[in-house]
Structure formats: C-alpha cells, structure tokens
Ligand binder design. Structure first.
Ligand code: NAD
Ligand code: UGA
Length: 463
C-alpha cells in the first residue's frame, strides 16, 4: 500500500483523486485543503463542484480508500507520494503582473512539505506551472537540515471540466516527467505504476522534467489557438455570408487539421486557457523571445475581441441602446456540464450589458451560485433565475452563452409569445435552429453566420 496525499481539493484534486482511488483500491489516498468549507463539502452529499459522474465515484470510495481532510501537516508527514494541485493563478501584482503565474501557493506548499516531512518523499507537480518550476521546487525541498531527499516529478493534468471523469478514466495520454538520474527514474516509475492500474502502458508517456512542464502550457496554447483561429474566421463570415459551421466542417475533414475544437463561439473561458497563455507569453519575454511572446498573446487578444464583438453586435442590432431593457442570458458557466464560472464569457457579456444599463436576467442549471459570487458587487443588479422561461418572460432579447443542450430544445414559440417585440435572439454558441427561430418571428444573430432579420436596415429607427 502506498500513502498518497493530494494537496488542493479543487477542480483537479477532487476528481483526479476520486478516480485514482476507484482504480487503486490497494492505495490510501487523502485529499487535503486549507479551505475548511471546501473539505466539508467534499465530505457531504453536496460536493463543492458539479461534474457528471463524480458523485457516484466519490460515494463509492469515500471512507474506504479516499479521505478528505484539513489536517494538511499530519497527512504530509504520513505520505509516500504527494501530488500538489494547488491553484496557480495569474499574478496580479509586482513584476510580471497580469501575465506571470502567481506561485505563492505553490511555494508555501513546498515549504509546508519540508517542515512536516520525517521521511523522503516523491513530490508530484499536478498544478500547471511555468517550465523549470521543478528546479525551484527542488531547491526549496532539498535545502533541509533533516538529511531528507525529495524527488520532484511533473505529471500535468489534461482533464477538461464537464468531462473530467471520462478524461481521467480513459485519458488520451498520461504524461510523467522526471530527471534521468537513477533516483529520478525510480520516482518516475513509482508514479507510472499508479496510473498503470487503469491506463494502458502505451498511453503513459515519459519525458524529461522540462518537456513535461512545457507540454502542458503548449497543449493549452494550441487548443485555445484553434478556438481563436475559428473565431477570427467567424468575424469574416459575418461580413461575407459564409457560414462558419460549414467552413469548420470543410477544413476539419482534412485529416491534418481534424474536426475538434473548431466550434466558433462567444469566446473561450475557464480558469486556465487565458492564464496559461499569458504565462507562456511571460516566459517567452523572460527568455528574450518577444516575437514568440507576441505571437501567443494574439490568441488571448482575439478572444477578448470576440467577446467585445458579441456585445457590440447585440447593441447595434437593438437600435444602439439596451438601457432599461430586460435581457435574458441563457448560461453562466464557461462551458456546458460544469458549475464553474471562472473567466466565463457569459459573465463578461453580463458585465458589459450591465455597463450599458440593461436589466440582465441570468439563467443556468448549475452555475448561478458561482456566478453570483464571481459578479461581486454587480450581482445586486442581476436577476438570477434558474427557469429559462421565466428569465425570457418580458425580455427584449435572449442571448445563449453556454452550450447547455437543454437550451437548444426549449419551447421557443412559447418564449417568443412572452417577449417584447421585435424579439431578438443572439446565439453565442451556435446551438439553436436559426431558421426555425426566424420562422417563429425572432430576429436571429449567430456567431459566424448571416443574420436573419425581419426588417431591413432601411427601417426607420424608433425615436
Ligand atoms: P482550485 O482553485 O479549484 O483548487 C485549488 C485548491 O488548492 C483550493 O481549494 C485551495 O484552497 C487549495 N490550496 C491552495 N493553497 C493550499 C495549501 N497551501 N494547502 C492546501 N491547500 C491549498 O484550482 P483547480 O482548478 O483545481 O486547479 C489547480 C491546478 O491545476 C492549477 O494549476 C490549474 O492550472 C491546473 N489545472 C486545472 C484544470 C481545471 O480543469 N480546472 C485542468 C488541468 C490543470
Ligand atoms: C481545457 C483543456 O481542454 C484541458 O485539456 C486542460 O486540462 C484544461 O483546460 C486546463 O488546463 O484547465 P477546460 O477549460 O476545462 O479544459 O474546457 P475546454 O473544453 O477546453 O473548453 C474551454 C473553453 O473553450 C470553454 O469556454 C469552451 O466553451 C470553449 N470552446 C471549446 C469553444 O469555444 N470552442 C470549441 O471548439 C471548444
């Protein structure tokens, strides 16, 4: 039996360790966090995150070989292998503000490990980190006066929210990086052995430490780049009557390009794409590569442009004013099947519409609590309404901002009847039947598609 501890019970620590516990009944896994409320939620029937399939797994293994605890120090002392999955947000102060990764939580964890360890340990980087962080980690861990040696292994996580359980159960690949020294190889093999309990060996890739760290940032940069690329084309489609879905399909059939991650949208969100690319930009600048930094920064700038463009399109369609108008926003989560609203384009649109003094009603099946918290002071100006029909009642416009499948199958005839006319619908995820909505009577605006409107531009503007 190996004593495995995971520091950080968030979106990564919770689901990854639950799946690990399920597949490794012979290992004992403890997930620790300093956030007492979060640990209490993990111990309860209301888990702190919504993730399809997670409840069932946690119920099956919790109290058997999976434990959630706030006793960080004690469990560090007992651990053989420590996965660290604490948050590594964008630094908002001092040097590198707005770009570099804020490594304070990470460094505190390293120091906490040294303080409490009485035996050597393998420390696994699960958080997403700048390339060469392991070097700093090793300096902190191995500058101890207890005679203890710590091996640092990189094992970045590639799960996506909403499909986290599936991604963990059957990953495209697991990546493990370590030094090529005898001790490093032994540590690497110990981590590989854990995954080999359920992941086929050929899907477990091993590399040197720096390749592993950099592969994580690169994977996110490439994924986000595809979205920004198709979103850039969506803007051109709207000017030329080309249809971005058709273009995406046509290029995606090329096996060199492939069909995935080509869904044009109001923009990508989530806690990681933006922060990881900005971190990559910072690293390139740090290593004296301004052209490379500039290249990647455009992926983030294009995303900001796409969000802003969506709101501008709403405004110009609605006669350049939304002040006092009720607008129903369908979706708050940054993507479907999650309650996470971090960096959600839905909230960016919500804030922009509040600045325009619209009366915003926000509807989402799982993410309203997080949306309320994220909006902070502005939450007081928003109506939170779980029922999309109630949200749309009396609205001038609807905007679909998260691709929850249920939004595609609402009774839009009934919704149309309940709205102020002319009724507008803006599909920020291209999930609706646009011609059908137009036939009902809506004026329809979708990403990267010709708009379908019942009046032409020569219609006089209302006074
Ligand atoms: P999160 O904010 O949901 O969770 C991090 C947790 O770490 C928090 O609960 C926090 O209280 C805890 N923590 C911070 N300092 C601590 C300390 N000293 N001791 C104990 N607990 C501490 O973050 P997350 O979304 O789980 O992401 C964690 C890391 O994984 C980040 O580096 C992120 O980039 C990366 N990642 C995230 C995802 C994702 O889908 N969210 C996917 C892959 C990788
Ligand atoms: C992403 C990566 O997919 C994971 O591999 C990675 O582990 C994770 O980031 C991370 O490091 O945090 P996640 O952000 O959870 O996962 O979700 P994605 O499915 O990648 O979606 C990100 C955003 O892009 C969402 O807002 C989604 O709606 C949007 N998106 C995605 C599009 O607009 N178009 C697409 O074609 C795909």
């Amino acid at each position: 039996m190996t004593n495995i501890v995971c520091i950080g019970a968030g979106y990564v620590g919770g689901p990854t360790m639950a799946v690990m516990a399920q597949n490794c009944p012979h290992h004992r896994i403890v997930v620790v966090d300093i956030n007492e409320a979060r640990i209490a939620a993990w111990q309860s029937d209301h888990l702190p995150i919504y993730e399809p399939g997670l409840d069932e797994i946690v119920r099956a293994v919790r109290g058997k070989n999976l434990v959630f605890s706030t006793e960080v120090d004690r469990h560090i002392a007992e651990a053989d292998i420590i996965f660290v999955s604490v948050n590594t947000p964008t630094k908002m102060f001092g040097q590198g503000a707005g770009r570099a990764a804020d490594l304070q939580y990470w460094e505190k964890t390293a120091r906490q490990i040294v303080r409490n360890a009485t035996t050597p340990k393998i420390v696994v980087e699960k958080s997403t980190l700048p390339v060469r962080t392991a070097e700093a980690m090793e300096h902190i861990l191995n500058s101890n006066d207890k005679g203890l040696y710590f091996d640092v292994v990189s094992n970045p996580e590639f799960l996506a929210e909403g499909t986290a359980i599936r991604d963990m159960q059957a990953p495209d690949r697991v990546l493990v990086g370590a030094h090529t020294t005898p001790s490093g190889r032994k540590a690497l093999e110990a981590v590989v052995e854990i995954y080999a309990n359920w992941v086929p060996r050929e899907r477990i890739i091993t590399t040197n430490l720096w390749s592993s760290e950099l592969s994580k940032l690169t994977a996110n940069a490439f994924l986000a780049q595809r979205i920004s690329s198709i979103n850039a084309i969506s803007a051109l489609c709207e000017q030329t009557e080309a249809d971005v879905t058709e273009v995406a399909h046509a290029i995606g059939m090329d096996s060199r390009i492939g069909p995935k991650f080509l869904r044009a949208s109001v923009g990508f969100g989530g806690s990681c794409f933006q922060k990881d690319i900005l971190n990559l930009v910072y690293l390139c600048e740090y290593y004296g590569l301004p052209e490379v930094a500039h290249y990647w920064e455009q992926v983030v700038r294009m995303n900001e442009y796409q969000e802003a463009r969506f709101v501008s399109n709403m405004l110009s369609a609605m006669f350049n004013t939304v002040a006092g108008k009720r607008i129903a926003l369908l979706g708050a989560a940054f993507k479907a099947h999650t309650s996470d609203t971090r960096e959600s384009p839905a909230l960016a649109v919500c804030r922009a519409l509040l600045d325009e003094r619209a009366a915003v009603v926000l509807s989402d099946p799982h993410a309203l609590d997080n949306a309320r918290a994220d909006l902070g002071d502005q939450a007081a100006q928003v109506i939170f309404e779980p029922d999309p029909y109630a949200a749309a009642d009396g609205a001038y416009a609807i905007a679909v901002l998260t691709e929850w499948p249920q939004f595609a199958s609402l009774d839009y005839e009934a919704i149309f009847r309940s709205m102020v006319k002319p009724a507008f619908i803006f599909d920020g995820r291209d999930i609706l039947d646009h011609q059908g909505l137009f036939d009902i009577g809506f004026n329809v605006y979708a990403i990267g598609k010709p708009s379908l409107v019942h009046f032409n531009s020569s219609t006089p503007r209302p006074s």
